[in-house]
Design a protein. Structure first.
Lengths: 494, 475
């Protein structure tokens, strides 16, 4: 049942008393029991707390009390989002036993909205990766083909939503970590404008890029979750103090006159021609609905990956300095302070994290700062200016989310090749722009993602176009293919 | 004339007296149970984010304005990385290349010579926690209560030319900051800390010598002694044709020596970069002006006023204005009394003696300007003698009672009745034949002893002038 239900539908059923919050949560738990052995989306399950929370929602419903906008809806959080009293591991040995004494702002918002946390999802260690293969615990599987990766780093969240284990999940996106797994798993994933969502309580990877966002089955659900989590937070200095609109108001299907730019650099050589075709077809559909599209150029796109791999590791090396074994987290048993630092970090971090920390430490070190970090900041400005220029003329940019579909587990061994997964998503992150990935078809039975990039704080424009596309595409019928597969997969596991 | 010129620059850290920490809402109070004034932010928990306390910026700007600094419209925070257990994030949020304040100065006077000492910059940063090393066993405990308390670092130009000037600079700095009210500036509680850079160069040379950094000087005297030790050490090395090693040295107060901590080669690379969790600090000029207006009159201005308006000797004015509390007290007394020198004699004499002995500021005691005014008036009226006045002062410090009350209670009113004093004088003359004979044989000094005996007999209450007069008459 759950795998076919959206948040909006569940809320209707709850309101009509066709289903209780407890039944819905129990259904999520049952679904998890069925598929989790194969999918492995969760690092920690909180079924008991979830059922208790659901009972409280039902009691409120019974008493006719005020309930939140997502009351009774089971969801999951990426395990880099702090949850008071529930361990938050970042899928790392370093934090495998870390139980935060406080909650992230986004979790507080969802709790206040009545949403039910059923578990914490797997990720590439500390959100560094594109496949969840860098998790210190296990690799999550793509529900469309369990031999393939779900993408990453929010792979657990994307897979949990695609497999119907929860009705929605939150991920975090630094260079594509929501959008790429959304694309691989055939779900909707939005990275909001930098500053739109509070970062308070989200374990930082690269502070100037990190942003939390929803992974949902469809665009309406994305708007509903955005409504619950997007607000100003005085505890986050980078949180924007601007009004947040009701995002569902944008779901009107009107794209007439919408000006779409199609950056040619995003249709690069070597990409899967099926993916390119699916995205071009998606753009054609938007045009057929009244939008205007033309090819444009964002000339600094090619620098986005090298620049990202200077800036993000630099910030990470700084942010991760705190994992020293002193106050919390993993501590190696040693005789001296220096050994404690060396062994704790040597044992607590896996190779990909170490690689990036070394890189980041290097680019900030004396003599390298100007040559690498400062230069990268300058190029970042150029990348931003490309977008500023484009948005004087266009309302929206449409691109592929990834150059190819989900790859098999273990297929990409070269880290630099892995970094290229984010080739279509990083530039928007650099510019702090909002972007969504929505499913736009299947290539050889695997979902393709189409990315819509908007101007700062123009999430509404993105949602409007995404919704119009979704309502008029074949996606809803293609989805049933997944559910059929999943049911088979689930049974296989039993 | 020494053949070397000493060049000293000071880096002074001052804790700001904000109620809460610089990047979170934890209280800053001193002396709480370990790790009780902490939260996810100041413990550096994963995901926690700093939020700048505007009051800390305000206090820093006030201090900077009092030190004649410029306040740039734009400044920013940077991360300074190093691993140490008292620093939970393993980086300190500080300011690197765009500090809050630049290009200030303060004026000092040493041995009658006035000098203007440049202040390069003042920046805001967070304090670290404290490690407590166990008495027994091989471990340390960390207390993060102090972590995140706002600090300003005040960096001087290398303008100081002697340890004495360094001490004078520190005293003046402390005084000015105390006037602004933004810090307790208590070196013994660590709210004022000082590191020094020192080098020697041949007299007349423009080029700086190799510099050494001195740490762990925990009092004004330690700064002066530590630097004096270094001057001697450098001189000896240079005289012997040796070379100074660029290094950081630690002052050992008990042994009275410095020793090497680390050399330049081991110096840390702090990998400063702009803190992406914080937005730049934009300071509106209207705010700066409002803060400038809110500053109290500074010690130099007050000193001038005391000399010009009340005729106080310059030395007295300098001593009294060094402490804002003392100067405020002085001015309050001067509202009701007009002989500045008498007031300053009390403040610099008996009162300072008491405060120094107890290690107190005048505001820490029960003595108010009203107490002192009343005391001086009682003495002026002849109700009590100077000796009695000192006794009354002591009692006022203890009980906080007004002097007339104390005088009444203890029966300390001065005896001015000639007949009563004459009786005492007669008794003393009768009982002290030797001094009397001495006096009469020409040793006029002997009268002092006899006056003392009369005063003793009267329990200090006899009017000394009358005693003197009557003794001379009767002898």
């Amino acid at each position: 049942m759950l795998e076919q239900l959206t948040v909006a539908e569940a809320l209707e059923k709850l309101a009509a008393r066709e289903i209780s919050a407890q039944e819905l949560t129990a259904a999520a738990c049952k679904r998890i029991d069925e598929v989790e052995g194969t999918i492995k989306a969760f690092v920690t399950l909180t079924k008991e707390q979830a059922l208790a929370a659901a009972a409280r929602v039902d009691a409120k419903l019974q008493a006719g009390e005020e309930i939140g906008s997502l009351a009774g809806v089971p969801m999951a959080l990426k395990d880099n989002i702090c949850t008071k009293g529930i361990r938050t591991t970042c899928s790392s040995t370093m934090l495998q036993d870390f139980v935060p004494p406080y909650s992230a702002a986004v979790y507080e918002h969802l709790k206040n909205a009545g949403s039910i946390l059923v578990g914490k999802t797997n990720l590439d260690e500390f959100a560094m990766g594109s496949s969840t293969e860098n998790s210190a615990f296990f690799t999550t599987r793509n529900p469309w083909d369990t031999e393939r990766v779900p993408g990453g780093s929010s792979g657990g969240s994307a897979a949990a939503v695609a497999a119907g284990e929860v009705l929605f999940a939150l991920g975090s996106d630094t260079g594509g970590s929501i959008r790429q797994p959304a694309s691989f798993c055939g779900v909707v994933g939005m990275k909001p404008t930098y500053g739109r969502i509070s970062r308070y309580g989200v374990v930082a990877f690269a502070s100037s890029l990190d942003q939390v966002g929803p992974l949902t089955k469809d665009v309406r659900d994305c708007a509903l979750v955005m409504n619950a989590i997007a607000r100003h937070d005085p505890r986050d200095a980078t949180s924007a103090n601007t009004e947040t609109p009701d995002y569902t108001k944008f779901l009107d299907g009107h794209v007439k006159g919408l000006k779409i730019g199609v950056p040619k650099e995003y249709f690069m050589e070597g990409m899967d021609p099926g993916v390119a075709a699916a995205v071009r077809k998606g753009i054609e559909l938007l045009v057929s609905l009244g939008a205007e599209a033309e090819e444009i150029s964002l000339p600094h796109t090619e620098y986005s990956i090298p620049v990202y791999y200077v800036i993000a590791p630099a910030e990470a090396a700084s942010n991760f300095a705190r994992f020293d074994g002193v106050v919390y987290g993993y501590r190696a048993d040693t005789d001296s302070l220096e050994e404690m630092y060396l062994q704790t970090r040597g044992q607590g971090f896996a190779p990909e994290v170490k690689r990036r920390l070394l890189l980041g430490t290097y680019v900030l070190s004396a003599g390298c700062y100007e040559e690498y970090y400062l230069k990268a900041l300058k190029v970042r400005t150029l990348i931003k200016e490309d977008f500023v220029k484009a948005f004087t003329k266009y309302d929206l940019l449409v691109t592929p989310t990834t150059p190819y579909t989900a790859f098999p587990v273990g297929a990409v061994k070269d880290p630099v090749k892995m970094y290229h997964n984010d080739i279509c998503t990083i530039a928007a992150s650099m510019a702090g722009l909002p972007a969504i990935s929505i499913p736009c078809g299947l290539v050889e039975g695997l979902p393709v993602g189409m990315q819509l990039i908007g101007n700062h704080f123009a999430e509404g424009t993105i949602l409007r176009a995404a919704y119009a596309y979704e309502q008029n595409s074949e996606w809803s019928t293609q989805k049933t293919e997944l559910y059929r597969k999943l049911r088979e997969g689930g049974r296989k596991h039993e | 004339m020494s053949k070397y010129e000493t060049v000293i620059g000071l880096e002074v850290h001052v804790e700001l007296a904000t109620k809460t920490k610089i990047f979170c809402g934890c209280p800053t109070e001193f002396g709480s149970e370990p790790n009780t004034n902490v939260c996810p932010v100041c413990l550096g928990l994963p995901g926690a984010l700093p939020m700048l306390n505007k009051k800390a910026v305000e206090y820093a700007i006030k201090a900077a304005l009092a030190l004649n600094c410029e306040i740039p419209a734009y400044s920013k925070f940077d991360r300074k990385h190093y691993f140490y257990p008292d620093l939970p994030k393993a980086y300190q949020i500080s300011q690197f290349d765009q500090p809050l304040a630049l290009n200030g100065y303060l004026d000092i006077e040493v041995d009658g010579q006035a000098r203007r000492i440049g202040i390069t910059r003042i920046h805001l940063e967070e304090d670290a926690g404290k490690l407590v090393h166990a008495d027994v066993g091989d471990y340390s405990l960390a207390d993060y209560n102090r972590g995140g308390v706002p600090l300003i670092e005040i960096v001087s130009e290398p303008d100081l030319r002697s340890p004495q000037e360094a001490k004078a600079y520190l005293e003046k700095l402390k005084s000015i900051i105390q006037y602004t009210g933004v810090s307790d500036v208590k070196m013994e509680e660590g709210s004022l800390r000082c590191d020094a850079n020192i080098s020697l160069r041949p007299a007349g040379s423009e080029k700086f010598g190799t510099r050494v950094e001195i740490k762990n000087m925990n009092s004004f005297r330690a700064v002066e002694n530590g630097l004096a030790y270094e001057v001697a050490r450098h001189t000896e090395i240079l005289d012997a044709g040796g070379q100074i090693v660029q290094e950081t040295r630690r002052w050992d107060e008990t042994k009275g020596v410095t020793y090497a901590m680390r050399s330049k080669e081991e110096a840390d690379d702090y990998r400063y970069f702009p803190d992406p969790d914080l937005v730049p600090v934009i300071v509106e000029s209207s705010w700066v002006e409002a803060l400038r207006q809110s500053l109290p009159e500074m010690p130099d201005a007050r000193q001038k006023k005391y000399v010009d308006k009340w005729g106080l000797p310059a030395y007295d004015a300098a001593v009294i204005t060094a402490s804002k509390h003392m100067a405020d007290f002085f001015e309050a007394v001067m509202e009701k009394y007009d002989d500045a020198k008498i007031v300053s004699n009390w403040l610099m004499g008996e009162i300072s003696r008491h405060l120094n002995a107890e290690g107190l500021e005048i505001t820490d005691t029960k003595l108010t300007p009203d107490h002192l005014t009343a005391l001086i008036k009682l003495q002026d009226e002849g109700t009590i003698s100077g000796t009695i006045a000192k006794t009354v002062l002591k009692e006022m410090f203890e009980s906080g009672k007004m002097p007339d009350e104390i005088v009444e209670e203890k029966g300390l009113i001065q005896i001015t009745d000639e007949a009563a004093i004459a009786a005492l004088v007669d008794e003393v003359i009768a009982n002290n034949p030797k001094p009397v004979a001495d006096y009469q044989s020409g040793n006029k000094k002997a009268i002092g002893f006899l006056v003392g005996q009369v005063m003793k007999l009267s329990k200090g209450k006899a009017n000394p002038a009358l005693v003197n007069k009557l003794l001379q008459e009767k002898l």
